[in-house]
Design a protein around this ligand. Structure first.
Ligand SMILES: [Zn+2]
Length: 130
């Protein structure tokens, strides 16, 4: 998690208490010692005419509940879910969150099926269309 000055938006070293540029007291209470979210990107492959170019999937594992204080009140992002978003270029086409239990089941399903297919996948993996 990166720390930015709420006053001037300058990114700050995590260990700082006051902004390097404007001296504003930084909201260090928002920093968590452990990551609350891990994100990875997975490149898509075009296998059909209608598939978008440059598509990828963003997978974010929300490990813990996060609470942000805003001028309008506090905003809570629940933990223990995995959020999938499908992107084409810089546009998110759709999003879906799965509870941790469903996401873990999905991971097991994929691993199981890929292992079951074994060597068959080596020759038949879809290749990107150019
Ligand atoms: Zn500042």
């Amino acid at each position: 998690m990166k720390l930015f000055c709420p006053q001037c938006r300058l990114e700050q070293p995590r260990e700082h208490t006051y902004c390097l540029r404007c001296g504003y007291e930084l909201p260090r209470s928002l920093l968590s010692p452990e990551p609350v979210k891990q994100t990875r990107f997975f490149a898509g492959v075009k296998v059909g005419q209608g598939d978008p170019e440059n598509a990828y999937m963003r997978v974010s594992c929300y490990l813990k509940e996060q609470v942000f204080e805003t001028d309008e009140g506090s905003v809570t992002i629940p933990g223990h879910h995995v959020r999938f978003s499908v992107w084409a270029g810089d546009e998110a086409r759709c999003v879906l969150s799965l509870p941790e239990t469903e996401a873990a089941e999905m991971a097991r399903f994929i691993i199981h099926e890929l292992e079951r297919l074994g060597d068959q996948t080596a020759d038949t993996q879809p290749q990107p269309r150019v």
